[in-house]
Design a protein around this ligand. Structure first.
Ligand code: ADP
Ligand code: MG
Length: 280
């Protein structure tokens, strides 16, 4: 399988001299089709700067970002909007919906910008909104929607051009935990079914279980790039290296967040270990 995106040694500086800030420092990342990655890290660690570069909204000071056949960092600035439209779907924290347009038109507009006819764009927008459970909201203005519904419109809009990569900056920040988690699971399902790559920047510990990989950004650098295991008892993601407990079962190593979970598992393994617990 070919990677969808390759990020090599990307650095971004702001300012110069004594006021220089290195917001992102020497970051590399490869995204495969169908992969969901969550980037976590404290405020000011460079998450938004990194995501903006991956989405072609901001040029790195150095390093390369390849998407499809295009090297974003070599492209003329004037070509970036086109690459963004074709390859990238953005989900912003505040949704960025146009308040004067209906849900349907908010989504269809992006399709039209990418060259679909008005009819095709509206048709595709309608299909997506229906798929996301908003068939009964097509002609509503954004102000009439709940936070969770607005977010699903933003997701539909990010998907309308069938982008290879979907980028989301703190997508659950304005949602209650139930709706936030629900829509993130939906995003994961779309990634798996349609082989898109999804990168989510988030503080939200509760959505960790939708990720194939969790990356921790601190001072602009990935601290350790680990594939998380899932504790089958409590569902928490656990780092294999530092897992407090593990056991061998049916030829696999299973990791736990605590001895208590391991004990519970050992008492009745069949209750906890069916299919891979992360699959939805
Ligand atoms: P996060 O999204 O993780 O909170 P950011 O990427 O927004 O972090 O910011 C990382 C660092 O880069 C911070 O120190 C921030 O002040 C700085 N920074 C971000 N954008 C700019 C900018 N446009 N000009 C100057 N400094 C910036
Ligand atoms: Mg940010």
């Amino acid at each position: 399988m070919e990677p969808i995106m390759q990020v090599e040694n990307v650095t971004r500086r702001f300012g110069s001299g004594s006021t220089e800030v290195i917001a992102v420092h020497d970051v590399s990342l490869t995204m495969m089709p169908g992969e969901v990655v969550i980037i976590m890290g404290p405020s000011g660690s460079g998450k938004t700067t990194l995501l903006s570069m991956l989405g072609g909204l901001l040029q790195p000071s150095s390093g390369r970002i390849q998407i499809g056949g295009d090297d974003l960092t070599q492209l003329d600035e004037s070509r970036l909007p086109d690459v963004r439209l074709r390859h990238i779907g953005f989900i912003f924290q505040d949704f960025n919906l146009l308040s004067a347009l209906s849900c349907l038109d908010n989504v269809a507009l992006v399709g039209q910008l990418n060259g679909l006819s008005r009819k095709e764009a509206r048709q595709r927008a309608q299909e997506l909104l229906e798929q996301l459970g908003l068939g009964h909201r097509l002609n509503f203005l954004p102000e009439k929607l709940s936070g969770g519904e607005k977010q699903r419109v933003a997701i539909a809009r990010a998907l309308v051009n069938k982008p290879d990569i979907i980028l989301a900056d703190e997508p659950t920040a304005n949602l209650d935990s139930h709706h936030g988690h629900e829509t993130m699971r939906l995003l994961r399902r779309i990634a798996k079914e349609e082989q898109r790559s999804v990168i989510i920047v988030s503080h939200d510990q509760r959505i960790k279980d939708i990720a194939d990989r969790i990356l921790w950004l601190e001072d602009g650098t990935f601290m350790n790039v680990v594939e998380m295991a899932i504790d089958p008892v409590c569902g928490m993601s656990v780092d294999r290296e530092s897992a407090p407990a593990h056991t061998e079962w049916q030829g696999q190593t299973i990791y736990f967040c605590a001895n208590g979970c391991r004990d519970e598992f050992m008492a009745s393994p069949g209750q906890f270990w069916q299919a891979t617990p992360i699959d939805l």
